[in-house]
Design a protein around this ligand. Structure first.
Ligand SMILES: Cc1cc2nc3c(=O)[nH]c(=O)nc-3n(C[C@H](O)[C@H](O)[C@H](O)COP(=O)(O)OP(=O)(O)OC[C@H]3O[C@@H](n4cnc5c(N)ncnc54)[C@H](O)[C@@H]3O)c2cc1C
Length: 419
């Protein structure tokens, strides 16, 4: 019931979701469609976000299909990825082949996040039991004893403070999660020795959906993002960005040009760049009484293997069935005991993905830190042999299939859907 106490507008709902990223938006849609009173809060006024995960693995297509949104998603501007090309010292390798996966989910999708998030929110808005508040920043949790009983938030659009009382707060607010912080949950960050410098490019700078290039001078990844633009990522040593800026854009262009000459001429200003601190993590706990964390808030994703979106969306799918089950017959705050199913299903699967990512990241870091001191005539034959042999090994195949299909079979539970 809406009310107005102590200058704050108060309201009751079943579930408050903090953060309209892929995890928060998928969970909103699934709960809204299941008849659960759901409020989604997003601090940004629009859904625009720069330099976010663009690759959606094949497993996401299957889940979107089960949710009944895949046909609409495919109408959005996107590129399909079947055999991303990796060029190693001038030789092309198809290290991953999605087209070998079971049809019809035998490709990945590269697309910008905002149109996808907008689509999920529009579909959620078809249900009266759903509300979306953009420009609304959650500042604190409401607690009663040890229970989380809601959130306080500032709604800048309506210039008001909101107090939302709920049976459950879902922290889907990303890597710098406010919910996780005010709940006093350690993000469990691992150290990383590399960072990724992203830069935005015109669409015609890139001629295929996804590519990577490893040369004596470093490693570049680049992606097409539909008809509008493309992006590239350049791995650098952690902490090196201030020095790169000091040396100037011409120097950066020259260094990237030494790896991929066609990209370099499109890099004209540091305004095109954004630095990604890799530091992945696994929060110490994901549920407590009245609280559940998912996506990057629960486990900060490393960019290795393009896993962040898929992990957040799988979390949302498992959270949906857990929450619907926990709300059934519940009165008041959902106790942690009824939320543990979520963590017991998702944590081992996420840990397996993180283990594989860390293995890849160790090799990557070693090369980023040492490539300057290895002569090309030593590195080139070794790297070519490695990339000719490694993709054929069962271990490598198992790793990319886990990245593409997920470490655990997750499916949307449609029994609670009201339509
Ligand atoms: C440069 C870069 C490249 C990446 N590439 C890939 C890739 O190719 N493939 C892939 O799968 N993953 C990739 N990732 C990771 C991926 O983007 C994330 O893992 C994914 O977006 C996580 O989804 P999420 O819903 O958990 O959180 P997010 O997408 O981070 O969404 C969190 C939302 O919460 C909102 N929020 C935060 N605090 C508050 C608050 N206090 N109140 C209200 N709202 C709040 C934020 O504004 C945001 O909209 C990449 C990440 C980066 C940074």
């Amino acid at each position: 019931m809406p009310g107005d106490g102590d200058g704050a507008t108060t309201r009751d709902t079943d579930v408050v979701i903090v953060g309209a990223g892929p995890g928060g938006c998928v969970l909103s849609y699934l709960l809204a469609r299941s008849g659960v009173d759901t409020v989604l809060l997003e601090r940004h006024t629009d859904l625009d976000r720069e330099f976010r995960g663009y690759l959606f693995q094949p497993l996401v297509l299957r889940l979107f299909d089960q949710m009944g949104v895949l046909d609409d998603v495919r109408l959005l501007d996107h590129d399909e990825v079947r055999r991303p090309l990796l060029t190693v010292f001038g030789h092309p390798y198809e290290v991953v082949d999605f087209s070998r996966l079971p049809k019809p989910y035998d490709y990945g999708i590269l697309m910008e996040q905002p149109p996808l998030l907008r689509l999920l929110i529009d579909r959620s808005n078809e249900f009266e039991n759903f509300e979306f508040h953009p420009a609304t920043t959650v500042t604190d949790l409401l607690t009663d004893g040890g229970d989380v009983v809601g959130v306080t938030a500032t709604d800048r659009g309506h210039d008001e403070t909101l107090e939302l009382h709920s049976s459950l707060v879902v922290g889907a607010d990303g890597r710098y999660s406010t919910v996780r912080e005010v709940a006093g949950i350690d993000p469990g960050l691992f150290d990383s020795q590399v960072e990724l410098l992203w830069f935005r490019l015109p669409a015609d700078a890139v001629h295929s959906a996804a590519q990577g290039r490893i040369e004596s001078d470093g490693i570049v990844l680049y992606f097409g993002l539909g008809e509008e633009e493309a992006q590239a990522g350049w791995f650098i040593q952690k902490g090196a960005y201030p020095e790169i800026r000091e040396r100037g854009i011409d120097d950066l262009r020259r260094r990237i040009g030494a790896v991929e000459p066609t990209l370099a001429r499109h890099l004209v200003s540091f305004d095109q760049c954004s630095l990604l601190h890799i530091e992945p993590g696994l929060a110490e706990r994901w549920v407590s009484d009245g609280l559940l964390l998912l996506g990057d808030a629960a486990h900060v994703a490393s960019p290795v293997g393009g896993q962040g979106n898929g992990l957040a969306i799988q979390d949302a799918v498992v959270a949906h069935s857990t929450i619907v089950g926990a709300l059934d017959g519940a009165d008041g705050v959902i106790p942690a005991a009824r939320l543990r199913r979520f963590e017991s299903i998702r944590r081992p699967a996420v840990e397996e993905v993180v283990r594989l990512q860390r293995r890849g990241e160790r090799a990557l870091s070693w090369y980023v830190l040492n490539h300057d001191s290895i002569p090309g005539w030593v590195a080139a034959p070794f790297a070519r042999l490695l990339f000719a042999v490694a993709p054929k090994t069962p271990g490598f195949r198992r790793a990319w299939e886990t990245f593409a299909l997920g470490a655990e079979d997750v499916s949307v539970e449609d029994a609670p859907f009201t339509s």
